[in-house]
Ligand binder design. Structure first.
Ligand SMILES: CC(C)(COP(=O)(O)OP(=O)(O)OC[C@H]1O[C@@H](n2cnc3c(N)ncnc32)[C@H](O)[C@@H]1OP(=O)(O)O)[C@@H](O)C(=O)NCCC(=O)NCCS
Length: 191
């Protein structure tokens, strides 16, 4: 069952999506994460990763294709990983350049956050990005993320040093930004 937002749906990855996902991974503008260099992934390695994904009822990660609701176009992907049940998770997103600045990333991110807080009951969602990636930082901030840690000059991007930035969004912050939702889980004491 897809997760529906107002502009996009998040659905399972299909084999036919792999060429686009590979192209996003092999483009320096869209991979967004320096640990995926060099940009020489092949359809064979990508397909193998897809086929090796075995069924499990204990999921600590998931990847969704982002598809527009009105035209059914695949525009990117969004994922979560390193999930600690009921506690934390990290998310990542990439949108194809011809669809940037149309609000699709924000809608996809909000749709995933709704699932992570409402259905998985997580307490904190994190993301990693680069200090020079203004779109990614703005996208995070728009959903309520704040910069939680900054590793200075930890990344080289296009020949320049950049900070590695961790942003996070706490459960109570998410619900404060969404008065239409009620948090039915007990608040934890912060020491
Ligand atoms: C980061 C990314 C997903 C944003 O996608 P997008 O389609 O531009 O995002 P949206 O249209 O939903 O816009 C989200 C916010 O970013 C802002 N934004 C978009 N492009 C921007 C730019 N070039 N400069 C500054 N802000 C920008 C938007 O204005 C919006 O904020 P606002 O509503 O306050 O104005 C996209 O640029 C991308 O795929 N980048 C490569 C991968 C990546 O960096 N992923 C994130 C790190 S893991």
């Amino acid at each position: 069952m897809p997760l529906n937002g107002t502009k996009v749906r998040l659905r399972e990855v299909r084999e036919s999506d792999l060429p686009l996902l590979l192209a996003l991974r092999n483009d320096l503008d869209t991979q967004g994460w320096s640990q995926t260099l060099p940009t020489d992934y092949t359809i064979v390695t990508y397909k193998k990763q897809y086929e090796d994904d075995t069924f499990s009822t204990k999921r600590t990660r998931a990847r969704f294709v982002i598809e527009t609701l009105d035209t059914n176009e695949v525009v990117g992907n969004i994922s979560y990983y390193s999930l600690e049940p009921r506690f934390e998770v990290t998310i990542g997103i990439a949108i194809a350049k011809n669809f940037w600045s149309a609000g699709l990333a924000f809608d996809a991110q909000e749709t995933l956050l709704h699932f992570l807080f409402e259905e998985l009951g997580l307490r904190v969602v994190r993301l990693w990005t680069t200090g020079s990636n203004v779109q990614a930082i703005r996208l995070g901030e728009r959903s309520g993320f704040r910069v939680a840690a900054r590793m200075r000059e930890a990344i080289i991007r296009r020949g320049k040093l950049a900070d590695n930035v961790i942003m996070d969004l706490l459960r109570e912050e998410y619900y404060a930004l969404h008065p239409e939702l009620e948090d039915h889980l007990p608040a934890l004491e912060v020491k």
